[in-house]
Design a protein around this ligand. Structure first.
Ligand code: NAD
Ligand code: DAU
Length: 342
C-alpha cells in the first residue's frame, strides 16, 4: 500500500483527487491534512473508504503538526492546500503568504526530513501572467513567470521554493500548472459555481468588466487524473502544464450556464472590473500528453452538464456553503445581496 500525504484534501480539487486516488488500480492510502478554512468542507469527503483515508485537522504552517503527521516511507506529498481566490488576495494578501509560501516551505522541509518519495506542488497557470488576445499564443512550460496579482505571486513564490528544494537538496519534486477547474464541490465564490448558484435563485450574476476575458477550463476529475498519471510517470525536477484545450470567454460561459438552466441572459450584471484582471489564459498541454497516456475524458458540454446537475441536486451543500461569512463576503465584494438587485 502506497501512502499519499495530501494537503487541502477537503477543498474542491483535493477532494476530487482523493476520491480518484482511492478508486484507482494503484493501491493508495491517503492521509488528508487540512485546516478546514472557509473553503474546506468535510461534506466533500462523504463516502470515502474509512480504512484507507485518514483525516487530520491541522495547518500546514504548523511545523510540529506537519512533522508529526508525515511518516517515513510516505510515497508522495501532494500539496493542494492554499488560499486560492484571486479577489480575496486583492483585498488582503496576508493569509496567501502564510499558507501558500510559508506552508509550502514547511512541507518541503518535512518531505526532506522524512525521506518522502516525491513532492507534487499543485500550481496554476496564473503564475505566468496574462496572454494577449491573439489566439495563437499559449502558455508552455518555458513561459517566464510573471504573476499579476497577490495570489499568483504567492503561488509563483511557492514554485521557486519547490525548485530550490529539488536543486539544493535533491528532493524529488514536480510542479503542475493547470488552468481553471470546474465541477462539483467548488466553493461558490468562484465564477462557475457562483453563476449556477445565483441563477438557480434568479439572482443577478456578476460579470467583471467587459466579460471578454478568456479562461482555459478543465473538468476537475480530468485534472485529478492527470495528476495521478504524473505522480507515477512525471520526471523529477520538471514542470507540467495541464489543460483541456478549452478556451472560453467569461461572457460565453455565463450565457452557457444560463441557457442550460433555462434562465434569461438579462440576469447578467456587468460590475466593476477586477483590478489587474488577467486578460487571457491558454495552456499548451503537449508535454503531459507526451509523457503520459492521459487525455481529458470530458468535453466542455459534458463537463458543464455534469457540474450543473450536481449543483441542482445538492441544495443543502449550496445552502451551507452560502451561509454565514459567505453572505458578508458577497456583499463586500459585489455591493449587492444574494437574491437582490444591485
Ligand atoms: P480550495 O480553496 O477549494 O481548497 C483549498 C483547501 O486548502 C481547503 O480545503 C482549505 O481548508 C485548505 N487549506 C487552506 N489553508 C490551509 C492551511 N494553512 N493548512 C492546511 N489546509 C489549508 O482550492 P482548490 O480550488 O481546490 O485549489 C487547490 C489547489 O489547486 C490550490 O493550490 C490552487 O492554487 C491550485 N489550483 C486551483 C485551480 C482552480 O481552478 N481551482 C487551478 C489551478 C491550480
Ligand atoms: O487559472 C487557474 C486559476 O483559476 C486558479 O489558480 C485559481 O485558484 C482559481 O480561482 C481560478 O482563478 P480565476 O481568477 O481565473 O477564477 P475565478 O473563478 O475567480 O474567475 C474566473 C473568471 O471570471 C475571471 O476572469 C474573473 C471572472 N469573474 C469572476 C467572478 C468571481 C467574473 O466575471 N465575475 C465574478 O463574480
Amino acid at each position: 500500500m502506497r501512502r499519499l500525504f495530501v494537503t487541502g484534501g477537503a477543498g474542491f480539487i483535493g477532494s476530487s483527487f482523493i476520491r480518484l486516488a482511492l478508486d484507482c488500480a494503484e493501491s493508495y492510502e491517503v492521509t488528508n491534512f487540512d485546516a478546514l478554512t472557509y473553503a474546506g468542507n468535510l461534506d466533500n469527503l462523504e463516502g470515502l473508504s474509512e480504512s484507507r483515508h485518514r483525516f487530520i485537522h491541522a495547518d500546514i504552517t504548523d511545523r510540529k503538526a506537519v512533522f508529526d503527521a508525515v511518516e517515513e516511507g510516505t510515497h508522495a506529498v501532494i500539496n493542494f492546500a492554499a488560499e486560492s481566490h484571486v479577489d480575496r488576495s486583492i483585498a488582503s494578501a496576508d493569509e496567501f503568504l502564510r499558507t501558500n509560501v510559508v506552508g509550502t516551505q514547511v512541507l518541503l522541509d518535512a518531505a526532506r526530513e522524512r525521506k518522502v518519495g516525491r513532492f507534487v506542488q499543485i500550481s496554476t497557470d496564473e503564475v505566468m501572467g496574462s496572454l494577449a488576445e491573439d489566439a495563437s499564443e499559449f502558455f508552455t512550460e518555458s513561459t517566464p513567470l510573471a504573476p499579476n496579482n497577490p495570489y499568483a505571486a504567492s503561488k509563483a513564490a511557492a514554485e521557486h521554493l519547490v525548485r530550490a528544494a529539488h536543486h539544493t537538496y535533491g528532493l524529488d519534486a514536480i510542479i503542475t500548472r493547470s488552468g481553471n477547474n470546474y465541477g462539483p464541490r467548488q466553493f461558490p465564490e468562484k465564477f462557475i459555481p457562483l453563476l449556477i448558484s445565483n441563477a438557480l435563485e434568479d439572482a443577478p450574476v456578476p460579470l467583471y468588466g467587459d466579460g471578454l476575458q478568456v479562461r482555459d477550463w478543465i473538468y476537475v476529475d480530468d485534472h485529478s487524473r492527470a495528476l495521478l498519471s504524473l505522480l507515477e510517470g512525471g520526471c523529477s525536477g520538471e514542470v507540467y502544464n495541464i489543460g483541456a484545450r478549452n478556451q472560453r470567454r467569461n461572457l460565453d460561459v455565463a450565457k452557457a450556464v444560463l441557457d442550460a438552466l433555462g434562465k434569461p441572459h438579462t440576469l447578467i450584471r456587468q460590475v466593476k472590473d477586477r483590478p489587474g484582471h488577467d486578460r487571457r489564459y491558454a495552456i499548451d498541454p503537449s508535454k503531459v500528453e507526451q509523457v503520459t497516456a492521459w487525455r481529458p475524458l470530458e468535453t466542455w458540454e459534458s463537463g458543464l452538464a455534469k457540474t450543473i446537475e450536481w449543483y441542482v441536486e445538492h441544495v443543502e451543500w449550496r445552502e451551507r456553503a452560502r451561509s454565514g461569512s459567505y453572505r458578508e463576503y458577497f456583499e463586500r465584494q459585489y455591493g449587492m445581496r444574494i437574491g437582490q438587485e444591485s
